[in-house]
Design a protein around this ligand. Structure first.
Ligand code: NAD
Length: 378
């Protein structure tokens, strides 16, 4: 059983799918591990650390994959990289099949068994395998740190001999894993924090972190959570009421951090151009949903936009990648926690009846089989 850890090649990707700690554990289970030279450089894990952990170092992507049964990556391979895969290899990574269906199809055609880690079912048993949570938690923290860095004022209240500095007002929109960590981080930095979400369960969570909860609490709000724990897409009428409620609030904020996502769909617009225009010069917006279309009108993926009224909109590409060592270590543990139960006496066999395996498997024997994709045109 050989596991390959190639170097990530997509733009802005600094993370690596295995760290020396998880390599050592895989070797302990009887696996051979090949790491592409330089794979951990971006995350401060040099080749030598992988070698000490028991891995061999391979020069190229193709050489790393040669003879591998399992390929662990952070992001889906490029079209060119698909050529290096062979039939029967298992690939575990974030696959984004809704936004790049062609790549999933190409892997299926090659006979690669592709598994989308972001489809991990959200049940208690799978918490330690959940890449969306492990990365969103870091993104929520880093969003506040980046906002504080870009802000020309201090976050906490400061009583100084030269006068008092008022605490920053921070509004978090979307209180999932990233939003909760953003609230906690902004509170630790001394800000006055408020938050909104469409799922009723979040009200108590926001209060328990010492922040104020703001939301349109109608019948639709009571039903807004799916059985999987995610938000549903809200009606136009709800969105209108929500916009009216938050418009006045946003105008008074120093920082707004948006994290609202709907699985498999474009992110909802929560902050309109008019709302951005209503904010004070020097205010900061961080749009964590920018990769999925954005929650803030005018946010640009991978760019910093400064509006005419002096508001900065930060649209980071890969925020977890800005905490690359931690992000890699957590992602690597997610991989290990998912795969390790399937090792027995040095051999690896997935339990195809396991609901987690069923949840993440995209392709099988040359076909795309995931229920979320079989209805979509290939
Ligand atoms: P997410 O990244 O899909 O979305 C972020 C937040 O945006 C969510 O809280 C969502 O309700 C909110 N949102 C969506 N549309 C909105 C709108 N129009 N206005 C305001 N907010 C909006 O969510 P997530 O961070 O992945 O977490 C979703 C839920 O899943 C949470 O309850 C989390 O605790 C739960 N969860 C469970 C497990 C597990 O049990 N294994 C693991 C991770 C998360």
């Amino acid at each position: 059983m050989k596991i390959a850890i190639p170097r990530e090649t997509r733009e802005n990707e600094t993370r690596v799918a295995a760290v020396p700690e998880t390599v050592k554990k895989f070797v302990g289970l009887g696996a051979e591990v090949a790491v592409q030279s330089g794979a951990g450089d971006g995350a401060s894990f040099p080749d030598a650390a992988y070698e000490t952990a028991g891995a061999t170092i391979a020069k190229t992507f193709a050489a790393t994959l040669k003879g591998a049964d399992i390929v662990l990556k952070i992001l889906r391979p490029s079209e060119a990289e698909v050529k290096s895969f062979v039939k029967g290899q298992m690939l575990f990574c974030t696959m984004s099949p809704h936004s790049d269906r062609a790549l999933t199809d190409a892997l299926a055609e090659k006979g690669v068994e592709a598994f989308a880690m972001e489809f991990m079912p959200r049940i208690s048993r799978a918490q330690s395998m959940d890449v969306l949570s492990s990365q969103a938690n870091l993104a929520g923290y880093k969003a506040v740190i980046e906002a504080a860095n870009a802000y020309g004022r201090a976050m906490p209240q400061m009583m100084t001999a030269a006068g008092t500095i008022a605490p920053a007002k921070v509004f978090i929109m979307g209180v999932g894993v990233a939003g909760l960590q953003a609230i906690a981080t902004a509170r630790r930095l001394g800000a006055i924090v408020s938050a909104t979400d469409v799922r009723p369960a979040t009200e108590e969570q926001v209060a328990s972190l010492g922040a104020k909860f703001i939301a349109v609490k109608n019948e639709e709000f009571e039903q807004a959570q799916t059985a999987g724990g995610y938000a549903k897409e809200m009606s136009d009428d709800y969105k209108k009421q929500q916009a009216e409620l938050v418009a006045g609030h946003i105008a008074k904020q120093d920082m707004v951090i948006t994290t609202a996502l709907i699985p498999g769909r474009k992110a909802p617009i929560l902050v309109t151009k008019e709302m951005v225009a209503s904010m004070k010069p020097g205010s900061i917006l961080v749009d964590l949903a920018v990769e999925q279309g954005g929650n803030v009108e005018g946010a640009k993926f991978g760019e910093t936009v400064v509006t005419d009224n002096g508001v900065t909109i930060l649209g980071f590409a890969n925020l977890p990648g800005r905490l690359t060592a931690d992000a890699s270590a957590l992602y690597a543990r997610n991989h290990f926690n998912f795969l390790s139960p399937f090792f027995k006496d040095g051999a690896f066999a997935l339990d195809e009846e396991d609901e987690l395996v069923k949840g993440v498997r995209l392709t099988r024997d040359g076909a795309v089989i995931h229920p979320q994709l079989t209805g979509e045109k290939g």
